[in-house]
Design a protein around this ligand. Structure first.
Ligand code: C2E
Ligand code: MG
Ligand code: MG
Length: 565
């Protein structure tokens, strides 16, 4: 009974357009169909076309008379057929002449209803079947199963979830995203086949458990699984089950799975947003090994809202110069006395309401929305004019490194922009270094490498930032265009007490030696750290030990103090 009611409700949300110039026919048909569907009317082809255009996304079916003034049924069919968007709406032709049927079919009609309308049940059955067929076709068109895992692909998955919700509006549901940690590295180290085996095995287990969990599942963005389940009592258990199964089937205990959960979803949110939230929870795990499951909670919700607010404010913030560029000195420690040898430009948002907002908060947001290009170019300009100012004031200036996002490098005019900027600022390319994060290189990146090579040929020095987090293979490293390796802060942080991190630092310095480039250690805070790094042969140090990032005027004291010049 409940199902039948739901179906009725669902039908009532579907719109059927009746096109007939005869008022009596319209009313008659409207009465038959109107019991099950929401009915719209038009009295001729022209009027019908307007209604169709206006409702193209919500119209389930058109019932079309042939002989009408203004624009007849055939003419309208021809227009619909010629329009990619409108041709998807099914049309049933209303006719009393057999001869009209063939022509209508040729023009794309899906069925006929003979006049007069003496069998309401038959009419309703045809209407329903045409709508179902068309909806199935639409779903199939948008669908394909992921050929590797046999799970749904994202678009179809979302459709299916929506459909499910429609029939189970009161059921509590959870959105889960399961991620294979570092699949890219696994592919690189153990081969793509092994990576595929992992994905297939996880999918296999999800399918086995689908009924128990009431799950609909998809593989998305290569290394994620989206799962829409009933409200589960224990997500840890679900994740453990998947991990154990994976271990048992692949014989490897080194693969780790991570999971983001948006529990008891708010059904007022669209389905895509529910999985965005599960993804936000997943991303909150960072790259640590210790925690493997996170739930979307009120803290993440507040963060999401804050992020949305910031995104809406960036244009004004740039116009009003709310972004400030700070500078952090880099010191060459290879000699007896540390010497100032560079600076990194780091942006801060001096927000009128929220005070100083850290780039760690807004850069990742802007990177997702490609807004980062605008901000970065602004920072580069600011940095370049600052360097010129110092050059004029002090007669020399250390090179300033600016951060370059992965997205920036794919802008076709990045080279001309930077070269022009240098020219216009009255500088030369060696005055500005470019920091590119290691992870930017790890995706298939031949275009990126080409661009970076061009920039290097122009004279820019390329620093590979956050080295050690992107998992480049040695083989790959030798091919990358880089001039300096910047060791990620994470290894420095616990280096004094953790021998593993010390080993990593040593290894990176050795790699840099092998590549014949210097190493920069960033995030150096203590004398102990400095001593070890010097001992290992690390040449350049950046960190609170020397100074925090400071505004340009404060930075001048480092230039003045640099008494070696
Ligand atoms: P990054 O490029 O790796 O920059 C180094 C970060 O480490 C900076 O954080 C810096 O303030 C911080 N840091 C330096 N020394 C120490 C230390 O001794 N201890 C600790 N705990 N931290 C230290 P910040 O300024 O918050 O920037 C975070 C990240 O935001 C940067 O990481 C960079 O990836 C990004 N970023 C900053 N400015 C820009 C920009 O203009 N454009 C782009 N695309 N990204 C930027
Ligand atoms: Mg940097
Ligand atoms: Mg860094």
């Amino acid at each position: 009974m409940r199902q039948a009611e739901l179906r009725r409700e669902k039908n009532l949300s579907r719109n059927v357009l009746i096109v007939d110039d005869e008022p009596l026919n319209r009313a008659l048909l409207g009465r038959i169909v109107g019991d099950r569907y929401n009915v719209l009317y038009a009295a001729d082809g022209k009027e019908a076309l307007d209604v169709i255009r206006e409702n193209k996304d919500v119209l389930s079916l058109v019932l079309l008379d042939i002989i009408m003034p203004n624009m007849n049924g055939f003419e309208l069919l021809a227009v619909l057929k010629g329009d990619a968007q409108l041709s998807k709406i099914p049309v049933i032709v209303l006719t009393s002449e057999k001869s009209a049927e063939i022509k209508s079919l040729e023009l794309g009609a899906v069925d006929f209803i003979p006049k007069p309308y003496d069998m309401p049940e038959v009419i309703l059955a045809r209407v329903r079947r045409s709508i179902e067929l068309s909806e199935d076709r639409n779903i199939i068109r948008a669908t394909e199963f992921d050929p590797l895992t046999g799970l749904y692909i994202k678009e179809f998955f979302f459709e299916y979830c929506k459909e499910y919700d429609h029939y189970h509006p009161d059921e509590k549901r959870d959105a889960e995203v399961v991620n294979v940690n570092r699949l890219k590295t696994i592919n690189e180290l153990k081969g793509r086949e092994f990576g595929d085996l992992i994905l297939k095995t996880i999918a296999e287990r999800i399918k086995e458990k689908a009924e128990e969990f009431g799950a609909i599942a998809a593989r998305c963005d290569s290394d994620n699984f989206y799962i829409y389940t009933k409200n589960l009592p224990d997500h840890e258990a679900m994740l453990k089950d998947l991990s154990d199964y994976l271990k048992q089937k692949t014989g490897s205990s080194k693969i780790s799975l991570r999971m983001g959960v948006y529990e008891d979803v708010d059904k007022n949110e669209v389905i895509e947003q529910r999985f965005d939230r599960a993804t936000i929870a997943l991303d909150s795990l960072k790259s640590g090994y210790s925690s493997v499951l996170a739930k979307y909670d009120s803290a993440l919700h507040d963060k999401e809202l804050f992020g949305e607010k910031l995104l809406g404010e960036i244009e004004t913030a740039i116009e009003e110069k709310q972004f400030k560029v700070f500078y952090q000195p880099k010191y060459d420690v290879s000699g007896e006395k540390p010497r100032l040898c560079g600076a990194e430009a780091l942006v801060r948002w001096l927000h009128p309401e929220h005070g100083m907002v850290s780039p760690g908060v807004f850069i990742p947001l802007f990177e997702k929305n490609a807004l980062v290009q605008k901000l970065d170019r602004y920072v580069w300009k600011e940095a370049a004019s600052q360097v010129k100012l110092w050059k004029d004031k002090f007669g020399y200036c250390v090179p300033v490194s600016v951060n370059v996002s992965r997205i920036d490098i794919f802008e076709s005019d990045i080279e001309s922009f930077l070269v022009n900027l240098i020219k216009e600022s009255g500088l030369s390319t060696e005055n500005i270094h470019l920091e590119i994060t290691e992870s930017a290189y790890t995706d298939d990146s031949s275009q990126l490498i080409k661009t970076v090579e061009t920039l290097r040929a122009d004279g820019f020095k390329i620093e590979m930032d956050d080295f050690g987090t992107g998992y480049s293979s040695l083989n790959m490293l030798t091919k990358l265009p880089i001039d300096i390796l910047k060791l990620d802060m994470a290894f420095i942080r616990h280096m004094t007490e953790n021998p593993g991190d010390r080993k990593m630092v040593k290894l990176v310095v050795d790699i840099a030696d092998f590549l014949a480039v210097p190493t920069i250690a960033e995030g150096v805070e203590s004398e102990d750290q400095l001593t070890i790094l010097k001992d290992y042969g690390c040449k350049i140090i950046q960190g609170y030990y020397f100074s925090k990032p400071v505004p340009a005027d404060e930075f001048e004291k480092f230039i003045k103090n640099d008494n070696c010049r």
